[in-house]
Design a protein around this ligand. Structure first.
Ligand code: DC
Length: 234
C-alpha cells in the first residue's frame, strides 16, 4: 500500500500524565504524515487563562462560574514552528507558560469542570473531523472519538512518570524536587480518575501499553506495528 492509498484513520492515545504518550503520539504523527493534537495543552491553556484572570483561589480551587462565563473569550490555536507544536492562547504563544509547575498544579481541577470539558471536546471533535489525526489525552478514545479506528492506552508506574517529568522540568531550568513532582503526578492521577465528567479510563477496545521498562525505540516499534495491523484489519 503506498502512502496515497492508505485510508486516513483517527488515532486516539490516552493515558496517565507523563506516561510518554505525547512523545510517542508526536513521533507517530510525523512518521505517517498525520496532524498531531495535544489535548492536554488545551486544558493547560484554559488553566493558564484562569490563573492570569484571578479565577484560582489561594487553595487552588477554581471559580467555576467566572471561568464558565469567560469560555467564549478563550481561543486556542496551534502553530507549527520548526516541527514543534506551539499552543496559542488568544493570539499569544504560551507553549512555555503552560508547562510550568504552577499550571500543572491547577490544571486537573480546571479540567474536571463540565463546562470546560464540553467546550474543549467540541473543539477537539472539530479538529479531527476529517481524520488523519493523532490526538493524545485522557478521554480521546472514550469520549472525543469513541469510534477511532486505533486506540492506545499508555501507563507506567507513578515513580517512573515523576522521574520523566522531573527530567523535563530540570532540562527547562525549572527547580523542583522528586517528591514534589511525584505528589503532583499522584494528585493529578487521582483527580483525573475520579472526576464525574469523562474520567480517565481505558476504552474497552484500546491496546494497552505499559512502557515502564521500554526504551523509546521499542515503544516506537510497538506503535508502528499496531498502526500497520490496524490498517490491514480495515
Ligand atoms: O497530558 P497533560 O498532563 O498535559 O494534561 C494536563 C491535564 O489536563 C491533566 O491533569 C488532565 C487533563 N486532561 C484531560 O482531562 N483530558 C484530556 N483529554 C487531556 C488532558
Amino acid at each position: 500500500m503506498t502512502a496515497n492509498e492508505r485510508p486516513l484513520i483517527t488515532i486516539a492515545i490516552d493515558g496517565y500524565s507523563s506516561s510518554g504518550k505525547s512523545t510517542m503520539a508526536k513521533k507517530l504523527a510525523r512518521q505517517i504524515g498525520y496532524r498531531y493534537i495535544d489535548s492536554g495543552a488545551m486544558y493547560r491553556a484554559v488553566a493558564l487563562y484562569a490563573l492570569r484572570h484571578g479565577m484560582i483561589t489561594r487553595d487552588d480551587s477554581v471559580n467555576a462560574d467566572a471561568l464558565q462565563k469567560a469560555l467564549p473569550d478563550i481561543r486556542i490555536d496551534f502553530r507549527l514552528e520548526d516541527g514543534a507544536q506551539h499552543t496559542i492562547l488568544n493570539g499569544e504563544d504560551v507553549e512555555k507558560e503552560i508547562r510550568t509547575m504552577e499550571v500543572s498544579r491547577v490544571v486537573s481541577p480546571v479540567a474536571a469542570l463540565p463546562a470546560v470539558r464540553h467546550a474543549l471536546v467540541r473543539m477537539q471533535q472539530e479538529l479531527g473531523a476529517s481524520k488523519g489525526i493523532v490526538m493524545d489525552g485522557r478521554d480521546i478514545g472514550t469520549t472525543v472519538f469513541p469510534d477511532a479506528e486505533m486506540k492506545v492506552f499508555v501507563k507506567a508506574s507513578a515513580a517512573t512518570r515523576a522521574q520523566r517529568r522531573l527530567d523535563e522540568l530540570t532540562a527547562r531550568g525549572e527547580k523542583a524536587t522528586f517528591e514534589e513532582v511525584l505528589e503532583n503526578v499522584e494528585q493529578r492521577d487521582h483527580i483525573d480518575e475520579t472526576r464525574d465528567e469523562s474520567p480517565l479510563r481505558c476504552a474497552e477496545d484500546a491496546s494497552v501499553l505499559d512502557n515502564s521498562f521500554m526504551t523509546p525505540a521499542q515503544q516506537d516499534e510497538w506503535i508502528m506495528d499496531l498502526y500497520s495491523k490496524t490498517l490491514s484489519s480495515l
